[in-house]
Design a protein around this ligand. Structure first.
Ligand code: SAH
Ligand code: SF4
Ligand code: F3S
Length: 452
């Protein structure tokens, strides 16, 4: 006989792959009697699923641990027990250091070993401190239970992990390891299960998702284009997206799919990082701006209503005023629906961290970032404005903040708020956009008679 459910609290930072991983950890631990809760009070286990991509990542983890250990102390004072675990990319990069500095942490494990959670939990329960930051030769995907944890009607599905590209600023090849693609069959099975559980939208995930090359039938490799064609045929699935792509891996077949598959949403996140070819080379991006613009032009030709977002790093070592102007110019040329920009942050162990002499002074980098973000805010507001008066299909996935309000996502991933009945949650409904704001849209549900 098992006791009542034990409580598991997971806090997640970082990319969508970490969100996927946290859900899968919930699945694994639910088989051991843990129920995932959304507050740390009284938890029997806490997992911090961490991200190492930019500065102060490790500091953030320690300050969060400092706050959460209070709950452990309270629980122990009352005669209870709590396991605190650090997972994810900071765990991978700083494993031993975490165990050393935080004696109340019982488990530290990287993104590739969480399928071993049941063994780790038993050890930690027996008082052992566990560290597990190997890159196992067998993929975790071969050992995960079927999923139960899906968030709303839009689900994430990791199809590819890791990266072999080694951009000089980036920790991902070190924290996630080399590129690995799951098999096409395994992914199709998982996609079917997600749709059976109510997913209307699936976002295919990978650090380099368009480098995907999974084993297909008879040992033949399946690329992302073919996978999207197959997934889009699943009955009941309405929307497909994929993220994050590298410009160099946008082959013609994948571009063609954007024109062929209506379920593939007309919105693509395609990080470029800089508009200067000199900086792109120093970043080891292996693409120039002309390749990027060429891919964008081809995608627009294939799918005229497609919109783009991107990532830019501002203030990479050696970035001159002119290099920065080139980034602004590239962003103006593309015209984004939204875009992320980050001040360069030297990451320990990456090649660019040795470029100390060429560091852009902090105040200049901040000034540039501000200018870049002002341009992007303008572009985003203009894109949102261009949606006014249009009818867009909106996937409603939750209640809005205000009474009677629903919140959903447009094909371009914009947040859309309307007044409507809660039973529309989990449905895709036509909405006439009435007003655009900087970060969201509002509108009215289109009634059947409006359409007639
Ligand atoms: N695989 C994706 C990016 C993953 S990291 C790609 O190839 O584009 C997400 C974003 O974080 C990157 O696109 C980059 O813009 C930003 N980033 C990564 N390392 C960084 C660093 N050291 N400093 C600032 N931004 C960084
Ligand atoms: Fe990092 Fe570059 Fe790989 Fe993207 S492609 S994960 S930025 S190394
Ligand atoms: Fe962060 Fe690791 Fe994702 S460093 S962005 S959680 S791959």
């Amino acid at each position: 006989m098992t006791n009542a459910h034990k409580k598991l609290f997971i806090k997640t930072w970082g990319c969508q792959m970490n969100v996927y991983d946290s859900n899968r950890m919930s699945d694994i631990l639910s088989a051991l009697g843990y129920k995932t809760v959304d507050a740390p009070e009284g938890a029997d286990m806490m997992i911090l699923n961490t991200c190492h991509i930019r500065e102060k990542a490790t500091d953030k983890v320690f300050s969060e641990l400092g706050r959460l250990r209070v709950h452990k102390e309270e629980k122990e004072a009352a005669g209870g027990k709590m396991i605190i675990a650090v997972a994810g990319c900071v765990a991978q990069a700083e494993g031993d250091f975490i165990l050393e500095r935080a004696p109340y942490v019982s488990m530290v494990f990287g993104p590739q070993t969480y399928h071993e959670l049941p063994e780790m939990v038993i050890k930690a329960g027996g008082g052992e401190r566990v560290i597990n930051t190997e890159f196992p030769s067998v993929s975790k995907f071969d050992h995960l239970p079927d999923q139960h944890t899906i968030e709303g009607s839009a689900a994430y599905l990791s199809i590819q992990e890791g990266c072999d590209k080694f951009c000089t600023f980036c920790v991902v090849p070190y924290t996630r390891g080399g590129e690995y693609s799951r098999s096409a069959q395994e992914i199709m099975d998982e996609a079917h299960r997600l749709v059976d559980q109510g997913a209307l939208e699936i976002m295919l995930l990978g650090q380099n998702v368009n480098a995907f090359h999974g084993a297909g039938k008879n040992g033949r490799a399946v690329g992302l284009a073919e996978l999207i064609r197959n997934i889009s045929e699943i009955k009941g699935l309405e929307r497909v997206r994929y993220s994050t792509s590298h410009p160099r891996d946008m082959d013609d077949d994948l571009i063609r799919v954007h024109g062929e598959v209506q379920k593939l949403m007309p919105f693509l996140h395609l990080p470029v990082q800089s508009g200067s070819n000199k900086i792109l080379e120093a970043m080891n991006r292996k693409h120039k701006t002309d390749i990027y613009l060429d891919v964008i032009a081809k995608l627009r030709k294939a799918r005229p209503d497609i919109a783009f977002s991107s990532d830019y790093i501002i203030g990479f070592p050696g970035e001159t005023d002119q290099d920065f102007e080139d980034s602004l110019e590239l962003a103006r040329t593309v015209g984004y629906a939204s875009c992320y920009s980050f001040k360069y942050s030297a990451r320990p162990g990456t090649p660019a961290a040795n470029l100390q002499a060429a560091l852009v002074p902090e105040h200049i980098a901040s000034e540039r970032l501000k200018r870049f973000q002002a341009l992007i805010n303008e572009q985003q507001a203009a894109f949102n404005k261009s949606c006014e008066g249009k009818v867009l299909p909106i996937l409603f996935d939750r209640k809005g903040r205000k009474q009677g309000q629903l919140s959903g996502r447009s094909p371009y991933s914009q947040s859309v708020y309307v007044n409507g009945n809660e039973r529309l949650i989990g449905n895709i409904v036509d909405v006439k956009i009435t007003e655009a704001f900087d970060n969201s849209l509002t509108g009215d549900i289109v009634m059947a008679d409006d359409v007639a």
